[in-house]
Structure formats: C-alpha cells, structure tokens
Ligand binder design. Structure first.
Ligand code: ATP
Ligand code: MG
Length: 371
C-alpha cells in the first residue's frame, strides 16, 4: 500500500517533470496534489512535525498558484520557478525556536538514543574533552528506517538537546520552494551554518534532495548532489563544530557518495517500535484523556504488532475523536473506551509489513554486511 508520504513524493516528482516539460497546468495540479497530501499528513501528526507538514503544504499551495499563472511553454525566469527573494546568507533556514521534542517524548529506540548520545551529544557538549581524546566532535549522522518510526522526531530531539543554532530544511520543501535553485539554497544553508562556531543542520527527507546521480537523472539534481558533497567535504577539519543530521525512509535512493567516509559517517537504523515502545507511544499520545476501565494499553500494544509509531498516534487520535463525538451527543464527559480503540484500529491500516521491512534489511546487509 502506498503511504501518504509516497503519494506526496509522487506528486512532487510529477510536478518537477511537468515543470521541465514546461507544462505548467499539469505542474500546478501536481503541486496542489502535494499540498493536499501534506495537509493530510499535518492532520495525522502532532506538534512540530504537524507544523512542518502544514508549512510544506502552504509552500506547495503557493507554488501551485505561481504555476497556474504561467503560460505553458514559456521560458522560466532565471531557470527557476519559485521567484522569492533570496537572502544571501541563508539565514532564513535558521530556526529561531528550538524544537521542543525531547528524548523523553520518544518511545523505544534505546540503542539509537545511546549511540547518538555517545557519538553526537556528549562530544558536542564537551568538545575540548573530546578533542583531548582525539575524538572529532561534530560530523554527519544519517537516520534511516521505515516511514512513521520517529526519525524526524529523533532528529529534532537531538537538535533540541544541543545548545547550538539549529538549521532545518526538508528535502521536499527545499525542492518545491526553490525549484531549480536548490543547490544554491543548500549551499547558502551550509555556509550559514559553517559561519557559526557551533551549529546543527537537520536535512529531513534527504533522499529527495540528494538522489542517486545516474546518466538519466536530471542535470539539476546532479548539481545539487555535487554541490552538497563539496559543501560537506572537509567539515571535520574546520575550526567550527558542525553536526549534519540527515533522515530518510529511502536510503537506497540516496547517492552513494553521500555515504563515503567524511560525510555521514554514522548511520543509525530506526526500526519499528517493539511492544514496550508501542505501549509507551500509546501512553504518550493518550496524555490526559480519560480511559474506560476496559482499556488495557498493554493488550492494545500487543495487538498492534504491525504498527509504526505514527500508526499508533493515528489510532489514539481516531479513538479520542470518537469519544468526543459521543460525549457531545450524550452531553457527558469524554471517556475513551476499548470499542473506540477497536473501531479506530479497523479503520487505520497498520503500515509495518514484511514487504516494507525487507528493503531495509537488504540495504543494511549490502552496505554494512550484517543485519
Ligand atoms: N518512537 C516514537 N515515540 C513516540 N512517538 C512516535 C515514535 N515514532 C513515531 N511516533 C509518532 O509518529 C509521528 C510521526 O513520526 P515521524 O514523523 O518522526 O516519523 P518518520 O520516521 O520521520 O517518518 P517518515 O519516514 O515518513 O518521515 C510522530 O509525530 C509521533 O506522534
Ligand atoms: Mg520524517
């Protein structure tokens, strides 16, 4: 089954292809489609993630409007579609408010959290001590794994845990907003980050930013990858401390060179939640809502073996909405019952299947020689 994120990406690809073919009517339609998907994703998620999707939806709508105003076949201005003013310093990417996600909001991933603490957080917190041991603080970390398993959340929690300016860009966002200028934008972002003594850059959905360069891929895509590699190259030797986090659910679509030493040296697999993590995700999402006596979170967690974290969050929201509707109808206090959870589970398909997991296992085995 195609996930909403995949659908969004299909629209994005269709939009890029239509722009290249100068078919702006089709491109506008695809951009609207991407906006619809982003809106649905915003409604299915919460907090910062939801806000990021809402922002993305707005930028797709904006692009759709711009595209609608273009005549098919007319040449692009400066070779780009989006014609926003480009600030020279890339400062627009600097997120002034730190993400408010913390490690405590994230269920499970104990191993990933430990690795990230040792490899990233501690050396960044005490760079002098790390250097005295010959450890280079900063560097690149790639989080990869199936959709909805909390990679974006974890990236934000890492950024939140570090006392450093935080730059955030999602691949899809960069591409849609600055179509045809992505490499300059990415370069500006990297330069802005490098101009600070310490900085964290989080590139989400990195596969749409750094796709594999092939003979058939578009020259513009290849330029983005080449430019990024040169921006990223040698950053460990520079005086400033830079942490580049990347997140993706399609690591096999990323250009091979991105994985070479000196770039994303650490790769962390974020798998589906285990039973304990699923129970904690239920608890985190239920937060404050009253549950009927017949609800056992342990039993629910056991019964949802094939759920991703975002499936769990969606089931809880749907159950809560049913409870709210009933309480308004009956003029009573809202209480979520087992039947509400069961109905929600029937309506929300769980996304972790063998078919979904296999490509990750193959990728790990092929790249790292073990599973
Ligand atoms: N381990 C987890 N702990 C708590 N909540 C989780 C966890 N995993 C997922 N969630 C819930 O699922 C939502 C989506 O997670 P997130 O966007 O971080 O997934 P992702 O791995 O980045 O997915 P994608 O690959 O589709 O981008 C979160 O907002 C949160 O509600
Ligand atoms: Mg994500």
């Amino acid at each position: 089954m195609q996930s909403m994120n995949d659908k969004k990406r299909d629209f994005e690809t269709a939009c890029a292809a239509a722009v290249k073919a100068r078919n702006f009517t089709e491109a506008a339609k695809a951009a609207s489609g991407a906006a619809d998907c982003a809106e649905i994703l915003a409604s299915r998620t919460a907090g910062l993630v939801s806000a990021a999707y809402a922002k993305e939806a707005a930028s797709w709508r904006d692009l759709a409007k711009k595209l609608e105003g273009r005549k098919n076949g007319s040449p692009a201005r400066n070779g780009s579609v989006a014609s926003g003013e480009a600030p020279a310093d890339g400062g627009e990417w600097l997120v002034s408010e730190k993400p408010d996600v913390t490690f405590d909001d994230i269920a499970g991933m104990e191993e990933a959290k430990r690795v990230i603490d040792e490899m990233v957080i501690l050396p960044m917190k005490a760079p002098e001590k790390a250097r005295s041991l010959g450890l280079a603080p900063g560097g690149g970390v790639l989080l990869f794994g199936p959709p909805g398993t909390g990679k974006t959340m974890l990236g934000k929690a890492i950024a939140g845990a570090l006392d450093a300016p935080f730059f955030y860009a999602s691949g899809a966002d960069l591409r849609s907003k600055w179509y045809g200028e992505s490499e300059q934008r990415l370069s500006q972002l990297m330069n802005a980050a490098k101009s600070m003594p310490v900085a964290v850059v989080f590139l989400d959905e990195i596969e749409s930013l750094l796709p594999k360069r092939t003979e058939n891929s578009h020259a513009a895509d290849n330029r983005v990858v080449t430019q990024f590699l040169s921006d990223l190259g040698g950053f460990k030797d520079s005086k400033n401390l830079l942490l580049v986090l990347g997140a993706t659910n399609k690591p096999w679509e990323i250009d091979e060179a991105v994985f070479r030493t000196g770039r994303f040296d650490e790769k962390v697999y974020i798998g589906p939640p285990d039973k304990a993590a699923r129970e904690k995700i239920l608890e985190l999402n239920i937060r404050g809502a009253r549950l009927a006596d017949d609800v056992s979170l342990g039993d629910l967690a056991s019964a949802m073996e094939n759920a991703s974290g975002s499936d769990m969050a969606a089931v809880v929201s749907a159950a809560k909405r049913a409870a709210l509707a009933r309480s308004i109808r009956d003029d009573s206090d809202p209480v979520v019952t087992l039947a509400d959870f069961e109905d929600a589970r029937k309506r929300i398909p769980l996304s972790i299947t063998e078919e979904i997991l296999k490509p990750y296992r193959d990728f790990i085995e092929e790249r790292f020689g073990s599973v």
